[in-house]
Design a protein around this ligand. Structure first.
Ligand code: GDP
Ligand code: MG
Length: 440
């Protein structure tokens, strides 16, 4: 872990009897790389490292008998501070109901989180929440919230998809006052990417309902992107808090670090799974420990960024050869691709791809890519890893979750399977060619 790494760096120095400023600088290099690798915004990393260095070089740390542990403690404290210090609680209206508006991109987990939050408020705080269905665009979105409500036995206010979300929200609040609900949780529509229509509508709902909380729901797995999303939503809506979902996945948590420091908006809750009880209040100190204790980051921190990419490319190539390529790899590839620019060029850089005839002239349709990404994001971790378990009921759920059709989901899975097969054949071909002494 980062902690043990730092400790061992300092252990090595013990023989010297004294820890110098230079030693601290060296240790900070590891911290810096670890954070960058965990997808923390580079500006945040820079400021953070400077702050830690300043404190660590302070006399107390250098003179202490356990400078390694002292530095770890400073890192831990500063990480905690970066994420807001203490726990940020939900605001409460002086006169009920407390209105909470949930916003975010499609697939981030708004609807799920709305249900989880209602469940949390009722269970932990004995409150009476009302769920409000304001996503009238996505097919079956209202139904999805109704299913959640039924499952939890919590009422859902909806007026179908013919009434504007603003009117629905307004009517819901009137209803909540009349029926003495404590909380009104408004589930709004998302988009795959931020656009003006969406923001305009959210602003209208905000004006009409004067919410006590506007919570942005972001997918922790999206790393750096989560920060950009948070920044845009915050500029338009003045967020009061963030819910970071899908922290149960193998995310490195970098988003948690950057979101607060870039937007100034505290993380209030984290989603730890798909079930309705998988919502937890966010504790910055616990998150700091999780980040410090992170194993996978550390295997990589000594390597320069370029080496890391090489390692990833090698691993990818190995997976392709063995046809072990999963939807998770697929998503990771897509994320990298989007970071880097034109897809056509990138395909050429992928191992083996430039050698396939015809690949060079490939044209890429970005909007189709968005839909594909939405489909993959709506899969569970297990489904991404073992696509063969995706049966017809799962396909239906995925289609609903991604706002696409079962046909599209079927097509993607078919293509994915074909691709795996092709990789296998391709591998056999290249192996044969190698044996013959020929090459590609
Ligand atoms: P929305 O489009 O923002 O309303 O997103 P949904 O609530 O429909 O969620 C999209 C997908 O993410 C669904 O398959 C959810 O089950 C899943 N999801 C939401 N929150 C979490 C979480 O904390 N952990 C995991 N593993 N999955 C989640
Ligand atoms: Mg939804």
């Amino acid at each position: 872990s980062l902690a043990s790494r730092l400790q061992s760096t300092f252990d090595k120095l013990r023989g010297k009897g004294k820890v110098t400023e230079e030693d601290v600088t060296k240790a900070m290099r590891e911290v810096r790389l670890a954070l960058l690798e965990a997808d923390v915004n580079f500006k945040v990393v820079k400021e953070f490292v400077n702050r830690v260095k300043e404190r660590a070089i302070g006399q107390d740390v250098l003179k202490s008998l356990t400078p390694g542990q002292q530095v770890i403690k400073v890192v831990n404290d500063e990480l905690t501070e970066l994420m807001g210090g203490g726990q940020s609680k939900l605001a409460v209206a002086s006169r009920p109901p407390t209105v909470v508006m949930m916003v975010g991109l499609q697939g981030a987990g708004k609807t799920t989180t709305t249900g989880k939050l209602a469940n949390y408020l009722r269970g932990k705080q004995n409150r009476k929440p009302l769920l409000v269905a304001c996503d009238i665009y996505r097919p079956a979105a209202i139904k999805q919230l109704e299913v959640v409500g039924k499952q939890l036995n919590i009422p859902v206010f909806s007026m179908g998809d013919k009434v504007s979300p603003v009117e629905i929200a307004r009517a819901a609040i009137a209803h909540a006052k009349e029926q003495h609900f404590d909380y009104v949780l408004i589930d709004t529509a998302g988009r795959l990417h931020i656009d003006e229509t969406l923001m305009g509508e959210l602003q209208e709902i905000k004006e009409a309902t004067r919410p006590n909380e506007i919570l942005l729901v972001v997918d922790a797995m999206t790393g750096q992107d989560a920060v950009n999303v948070a920044e845009s939503f915050n500029n338009q809506l003045d967020l009061t808090g963030v819910v970071l979902t899908k922290l149960d996945g193998d995310t490195k948590g970098g988003a948690a670090l950057s979101v607060k420091s870039v937007t100034g908006t505290p993380i209030k809750f984290v989603g730890m799974g798909e079930k309705m009880d998988a919502l937890e209040p966010f504790h910055p100190d616990r998150m700091a420990s999780r980040i410090l204790g992170m194993g996978d980051v550390l295997t990589l921190i000594e390597k320069a960024q370029i080496d890391v990419d090489e390692v990833k490319a090698k691993e990818l190539e190995r997976k392709m050869r063995n046809a072990e390529f999963t939807f998770e790899d697929f998503l990771e590839q897509m994320a990298q691709v989007r970071k880097m620019g034109p897809l056509d060029e990138l395909l050429n850089m992928m191992p083996g791809m430039n050698k396939i005839k015809g690949m060079k002239d490939l044209k890429v349709d970005e909007s189709a890519l968005n839909r594909v990404e939405a489909i993959v994001r709506s899969m569970t971790t297990q489904e991404k890893q073992q696509p063969e378990i995706i049966n017809s009921s799962r396909r239906k759920r995925i289609a609903k979750g991604s706002g696409t059709t079962v046909q599209e989901v079927n097509r993607l899975i078919k293509q994915f399977e074909d691709m795996r097969k092709m990789m296998k054949q391709f591998t056999k071909m290249t192996d044969k060619a190698k044996k013959k002494g020929g090459g590609f």
